[in-house]
Design a protein around this ligand. Structure first.
Ligand SMILES: *[C@@H]1O[C@H](CO)[C@@H](O)[C@H](O)[C@H]1NC(C)=O
Ligand SMILES: *[C@@H]1O[C@H](CO)[C@@H](O)[C@H](O)[C@H]1NC(C)=O
Ligand SMILES: *[C@@H]1O[C@H](CO)[C@@H](O)[C@H](O)[C@H]1NC(C)=O
Ligand SMILES: *[C@@H]1O[C@H](CO)[C@@H](O)[C@H](O)[C@H]1NC(C)=O
Ligand SMILES: *[C@@H]1O[C@H](CO)[C@@H](O)[C@H](O)[C@H]1NC(C)=O
Ligand SMILES: *[C@@H]1O[C@H](CO)[C@@H](O)[C@H](O)[C@H]1NC(C)=O
Length: 528
């Protein structure tokens, strides 16, 4: 079954056609893959090249240590060689069959992320971290989630207007030191780096304790009925502050993981909501107040909880308070139960509410109670879980995917509730460096190439019976100039595949255990 490759691959920057990326300064981690080390004078980068004429460009990262390895190939006329008995995997792209429009990708500017970023004292290194994620030489993230007040990823629990207590009109609302000295400076640095407008999603974990039934940060806790209007106002006050500091907010969510506060399990900032109460609050307080304010264009994303909770929570909310629906733009979901809950539950929601979009607003590795090691340097398995999840989510109509903390320290903190986790970037201020984990590249294979305004298209795999399937998603980019395909191949060995687009085909090799992004011209002009 030997397959003869007829396409010549060129490492582009050797022949001097295009910009030569700075390669990963790899540090091999024993028993794992590599991390890429950035210091004050060196940091790997990645430039996206436009495929010219009849060429395609591919970028590969592997367990073996390749990171965004860029090569080009030549498109050929499509040869239909495997009607019944395909000997190799083939992907059929149908750019006229279109699905959701992409909003974007990003990570969270938590207190922890911003404190870690500031803890890098070298200004060039600090800038490299921002550029790595947001700039034209980085992953081109265009979204950021920002907590309204504190979360577990803070050095202490807090909210705004904690004093005076029972202050229904929030007469003493002001931002905290964490906003002024850490998060807002980081967001401003991000704003200067982005290649598309930054969409900020803001979320409350817990309001001041005096608004809550148990008067505590966590435990079984709900909003006191007399403060329903105040909690809506709390969001407006936050928007006033952030807009006035030059940080426009694209969307707010209706409280982080509301189901946590209904259970006794949570040990950090939370606020419990039943679906019915939340529907009532949105329909009668948050919705009318926001839509009647200066910030009427700010979107409202509801649920903001695990995939597990999505269908029943949302359906119940709408069943009890249909009026809430008119204020809700989208549904926010989190990553942590994706490994047990099939993505088909998302389809149920998108079928029932075709005018509401779905977006992933939080994900991280190392958070499960059985994961004893919170940070695993160089873990390729974690990158694989990310890329598989992102591809699956996009194939189930999600419009974006926002990661959790942009960066953490070597222990996966700081976190006042000892809920440490992993992050795509870990900072080592004492060594004056930060490292990029494999998850950083998993996200980048998508965020860098699937720009805002891209539309997902039909991508069908035809494979030999016994071959492993390849995870894949395809989009046409804005302006219909190119088509982007992102793939994850679990095969240990290299795998020859072809991609059919119209009457052309790209023949290429997916490396063993690899994530690959392929960009092809959509309206193909021949150079002859
Ligand atoms: C920074 O990283 C580069 C590339 O790995 C290396 O050559 C250089 O020595 C490093 N500089 C310092 C100060 O460690
Ligand atoms: C207003 O809040 C600040 C903390 O932000 C607090 O120090 C001050 O005591 C509060 N004022 C009143 C009147 O409670
Ligand atoms: C809140 O302000 C309104 C008018 O701005 C006032 O009528 C109301 O009494 C105030 N409520 C409280 C609890 O201070
Ligand atoms: C909207 O706000 C205006 C004042 O800004 C107020 O007069 C009006 O009653 C409000 N409408 C609703 C539906 O809350
Ligand atoms: C900041 O860096 C120093 C070392 O330079 C370290 O001791 C400290 O723990 C770091 N702070 C955080 C919050 O990680
Ligand atoms: C692409 O085609 C145009 C003419 O159609 C030609 O001028 C240009 O050099 C070609 N570029 C490459 C990289 O082949």
């Amino acid at each position: 079954m030997a397959f003869k490759i007829t396409v010549l691959f060129l490492v582009l920057c050797y022949v001097g056609w295009i910009y030569c990326d700075k390669p990963c300064a790899a540090r091999l981690i024993k028993g794992e893959s590599v991390v890429c080390v950035c210091n004050a004078t060196y940091c790997d980068d990645i430039t996206r090249e436009k495929p010219q004429n009849d060429t395609f460009i591919m970028y590969t990262s592997t367990k073996g240590g390749a990171r965004f390895e860029k090569v080009t190939g030549r498109l050929q006329n499509y040869k239909h060689v495997c009607a019944q008995d395909c000997i190799k995997t083939e992907f059929i792209l149908e750019p006229n069959v279109r699905f959701q429009e992409i909003v974007g990708f990003g990570g969270a500017v938590t207190d922890a992320a911003a404190i870690n970023w500031m803890n890098l004292t070298d200004l060039q290194l600090r800038q490299s971290l921002i550029d790595s994620y947001f700039s034209a030489s980085g992953l081109e993230y265009n979204m950021a989630r920002v907590p309204i007040g504190g979360t577990d990823f803070s050095t202490h629990p807090y909210a705004y207007n904690e004093l005076p207590v029972n202050d229904a009109n929030l007469t003493n609302f002001s931002l905290n030191e964490e906003d002024n000295n850490y998060k807002i400076p980081m967001l401003n640095a991000i704003k200067r780096a982005v290649t598309a407008p930054l969409y900020v999603v803001a979320t409350t974990w817990s309001p001041p304790r005096w608004m809550k039934t148990n008067g505590e940060w966590y435990g079984f806790t709900k909003l006191k009925h007399e403060y329903y209007e105040t909690y809506a106002l709390y969001h407006i006050r936050f928007l006033e502050q952030y807009f006035s500091h030059g940080i426009p907010v694209w969307a707010i969510t209706t409280t982080n993981e509301p189901v946590n506060g209904d259970l006794f399990l949570s040990h950090f900032n939370c606020l419990g909501w039943t679906a019915g109460d939340m529907g009532f609050w949105i329909a009668n307080h948050l919705g009318p107040m926001l839509r009647n304010s200066t910030y009427r264009d700010v979107k409202i994303l509801s649920v903001d909880d695990q995939r597990l909770n999505v269908p029943y929570f949302f359906n119940l909310m709408v069943m009890k308070h249909k009026d809430a629906l008119q204020y809700i733009d989208g549904i926010a979901v989190h990553y942590y139960t994706d490994f047990i809950v099939p993505p088909s539950v998302l389809d149920v929601v998108s079928k029932s509410y075709p005018d509401k979009f779905i977006i992933n607003t939080e994900a991280c590795e190392g958070s499960q109670p059985w994961e004893r090691k919170k940070v695993i340097l160089g873990s390729w398995e974690r990158a694989v879980r990310y890329i598989k999840d992102i591809i699956t989510d996009l194939n189930h109509n999600l419009v974006g995917w926002i990661d959790w903390n942009l960066c953490l320290n070597k222990d996966g903190g700081p976190n006042w509730a000892k809920n440490n986790v992993d992050s795509p970037i870990l900072v080592f201020p004492e060594a004056n460096e930060f490292v990029k984990q494999p998850t950083f590249y998993a996200l980048g294979h998508v965020s860098k190439f699937i720009q805002r305004g891209s539309r997902r298209i039909q991508c069908t795999e035809r494979k030999p019976l016994l071959a492993w399937p390849v995870d894949a998603v395809a989009v046409v980019t804005p302006g219909e100039e190119t088509v982007v395909v992102v793939m994850y191949s679990r095969d240990k060995k290299d795998k020859a595949i072809k991609i059919k687009l119209g009457d052309k085909q790209a023949e290429l090799i997916l490396r063993g255990n690899s994530i690959t992004t392929i960009e092809l011209p959509y309206k193909i002009k021949s150079s002859k």
